[in-house]
Design a protein around this ligand. Sequence first.
Ligand SMILES: Nc1nc2c(ncn2[C@@H]2O[C@H](COP(=O)(O)OP(=O)(O)OP(=O)(O)O)[C@@H](O)[C@H]2O)c(=O)[nH]1
Ligand SMILES: [Zn+2]
Length: 323
Amino acid sequence: MSAPKHGRAGGKARAQRGNGIDATGEQLQAVIIAAHGRHYLAEADGEKLQCVTRGKKTNVAVGDQVMLTRTSADQGVIDEISERRTLLYRSDQYKSKLLAANLTQLFIVVATEPGFADDLVSRALVAAEAAGIKAHLILNKTDVVESLAKTRERVQPYAALGYPVYEVSAKAQPEQTLATLKPLLAGQSSILIGQSGMGKSSLINLLVPEADIAVREISAALDTGKHTTTFTRLYQLPELGPDSAIIDSPGFQEFGLYHLSEGMLERAFVEFAPYLGHCKFYNCRHLSEPQCAVLDAIADGKIAKMRHTLYGQLLHESAQTLY
Ligand SMILES: Nc1nc2c(ncn2[C@@H]2O[C@H](COP(=O)(O)OP(=O)(O)OP(=O)(O)O)[C@@H](O)[C@H]2O)c(=O)[nH]1
Ligand SMILES: [Zn+2]
């Protein structure tokens, strides 16, 4: 039976569920699959609804499980956000921005070319640690052999910290890439994060062949303007089992972490763990204090200087928040 059309042309309107019964006012459980400003797209039982929040609330994130009330064929109002298992943020001096809710893991995509920024990789790792989300690296474009050895060297310190690194080539070896990634994604809610140009879209398109169509559909529903792909969106991966989903976030150059407290920061640098509690001063900030176990570990080559430099930068950011 073809669905009656309401409102927007081409929309998959289904206000009248079953046999002509008006479903306006119906309560639905849904997952937020895209967010653009204060407009959200929710998916309930395979059906997509454009949603807004009540009042001026903007605390909804992609990945949120919500209860909503249907207000028309393809629209709803979000009434309630279910308790989140995890919440990934980034932030600047002025406010924090929700990246995604209920993630179980994060993948940072780097590539042999163009070069990637260690700063961004470590920031994503720190954000994942602070949110209680497992982090991995994907090293893409292994077919660019002339840069492979150098790039392997560059990701080695992250592997040494315990973050798994998976080598793939979305373009040259799509089948192997899928064989590597699919088992990792099964049963998980994952986000891909990466600088522009690393091949994140290529990976998403491999995993979700209909992603481009979905993006166009979502852009239309959220009215994001023609070529905007700067919104975070969630794709269900039903063939990998229930609860399997992948979230694609826009490529960004900045990953502010102003919202993290000092205590959260020292714990988010996993390599500091053996030394915490061994400094002379109980409230040591591990910056320039005498007899600091963390600084000693750097001097001994046990902690990478680059990571400590970022830690110092993040402590500084943490002190700058205006909210
Ligand atoms: N050689 C090689 N090139 C690749 C591979 N994967 C992606 N590329 C290319 O790298 C470029 C960037 O890929 P995208 O998938 O658009 O990268 P992205 O990270 O999504 O970048 P933005 O769209 O800018 O956010 C494109 O020209 C791809 O064709 C790969 O495995 N090997
Ligand atoms: Zn210290």
